[in-house]
Design a protein around this ligand. Structure first.
Ligand SMILES: Cc1cc2nc3c(=O)[nH]c(=O)nc-3n(C[C@H](O)[C@H](O)[C@H](O)COP(=O)(O)OP(=O)(O)OC[C@H]3O[C@@H](n4cnc5c(N)ncnc54)[C@H](O)[C@@H]3O)c2cc1C
Length: 423
């Protein structure tokens, strides 16, 4: 199908430089929207990104610090240099350590924690830095972001999508990728709904800047029922330039009170040492949603949801941005195939295959993050007993300590590959 793509302005006065001829619209310039544009470009398909916020927006908070090796390889494949730039900028912490009520139960340091290839098993880097590199990659690829262009309404038909942004402008394309985050307008406009639940406890998440003198060793530390946090679970993860501090609230906690500046300074002092006390950079509290859309595509197979527009996961196991980037790559692959297809049935098939694959992946990831969350919330008496027994045995059996070290992140493994069901 050949489609002329135009941008129409409500006042009928074309604004120079904004008219696009690209066949794909992308809502949202988060990591998923930007990856979608790069992955389409790598397949010879150009896209227009519509972003609600302004170019000078603040994207503070380290958020998706744990970038999996598979994500780095995807980024390197679609934009050579992007994956390795993130590797150069990020850090690979060599040590995993776990404590249980003040007592160390596991401590392991790896000689080559990232493995032996160019792309390590993971890198630890603030999301805002990853996004900066993605912006540079978009510039290199000649892809513009249309800022202050909030998708407001959309209509789909068997041949394409018509979008109106809040400023009254209208845009048309053959396909639209909804990468507009958890509150996605695109999701609502295609009539898809989130289904799932929410964590029982709140989590306080803070970024603490690195100190020059006597810095903490580069260890990922999980502390069960930490005495320094009055019996709450604490996770400490280093990233380039700082530390992520997660504190899990317990029954009766008021997350607002606990995340106040004064209380957080106390936590930082008690957990990390006095020298870190003045380095608190960002604090937020969350109840984590565990939800996915009941469909990832519209009725005409012209709109594809990706990333947090399609699913929200608790961050244990770091499946949020990582799985969103996998969605982006697969959405681009499906659209590139659909654009070259000679029949409407093949177009539908490509988009439906995207939905089948990524809905299955989201189910898998939700289940994995859900297991981690259930384990961490620890209300189940059997889980409590298992933790206590493992802690008691850890001095004698390394596997007991290793289990305690591993369990907070949920099961390992990646989603199964889903085919059309044909043999
Ligand atoms: C505390 C915390 C820790 C996390 N840790 C990890 C981790 O270690 N690893 C990991 O993989 N993930 C992690 N995540 C999840 C990760 O941050 C998200 O999965 C990721 O940001 C989702 O990217 P996205 O592009 O789908 O959505 P977003 O980053 O939310 O981007 C959506 C974009 O769409 C724009 N937008 C919204 N509405 C509209 C509209 N109507 N029209 C146009 N544009 C619109 C928004 O302004 C935004 O730019 C964490 C999240 C949190 C909160």
């Amino acid at each position: 199908m050949t489609t002329t793509v135009i941008t129409i302005y409500s006042n009928d006065t074309p604004m120079s430089g904004d008219t696009t001829g690209e066949p794909v619209l992308i809502a949202g310039a988060g990591p998923v929207g930007m990856t979608t544009a790069l992955a389409l470009h790598a397949r010879g398909v150009e896209a227009t990104i519509l972003e609600a916020e302004s170019e000078d927006r603040d994207r503070s908070g380290s958020r998706a610090i744990y970038v999996h090796g598979s994500t780095l390889r995807t980024l390197e494949r679609i934009h050579p240099g992007l994956g390795t730039d993130l590797v150069d900028e990020g850090l690979v912490w060599p040590t995993r350590r776990t404590l249980f009520r003040g007592k160390e139960v596991f401590d392991r340091t790896y000689d080559s924690p990232g493995g032996s290839g160019d792309i390590p098993h993971f890198t630890s880097i603030p999301q805002v830095v990853t996004e900066e590199y993605m912006h540079d990659a978009l510039d290199e690829a000649g892809i513009d972001i249309h800022w202050d262009a909030e998708v407001d309404t959309l209509e789909t038909s068997p041949t394409g999508v018509h979008v109106e942004t809040a400023d009254g402008r209208e845009w048309v394309g053959e396909f639209l990728v909804g990468a507009d985050g958890g509150g996605s307008t695109v999701r609502k406009e295609i009539g898809a709904n989130f289904e799932g639940d929410q964590s029982e406890n709140a989590f306080i998440i803070a970024d603490v800047g690195e100190v020059g003198d006597d810095p903490l060793p580069l260890e990922r530390v999980f502390h069960y029922d930490a005495p320094e946090a009055d019996g709450r679970n604490v996770l400490l993860v280093p990233f380039t330039g700082g530390w992520r501090l997660d504190i899990q609230c317990i029954e009766g906690d008021d997350p607002d009170e606990l995340s106040s500046d004064e209380r957080m300074r106390e936590f930082v002092r008690d957990i990390m040492g006095e020298r870190y006390e003045d380095n608190l950079q960002w604090v937020s509290s969350y109840y984590f949603l565990q939800v996915m859309a009941d469909t990832f595509v519209d009725e005409h197979r012209r709109v594809l949801l990706a990333g947090e527009a399609a699913h929200l996961l608790a961050p244990f196991g770091a499946r949020g941005m990582n799985s969103g980037i996998a969605d982006a790559d697969e959405a681009a692959s499906a659209i590139a195939a659909a654009i070259n297809a000679q029949t409407d049935a093949v177009i539908r098939d490509e988009i439906e295959l995207y939905a089948a694959r990524r809905e299955k992946a989201a189910e898998f990831n939700l289940n994995a993050a859900g297991q981690a969350l259930e384990y961490l919330q620890g209300g189940n008496p059997v889980t409590i007993l298992r933790k206590e027994a493992a802690a008691a045995l850890a001095d004698h059996f390394e596997t007991a300590g290793e289990w305690l070290d591993d369990a907070p992140y949920g099961p390992h493994g990646t989603p199964p590959i889903v085919s059309t069901g044909n043999y």
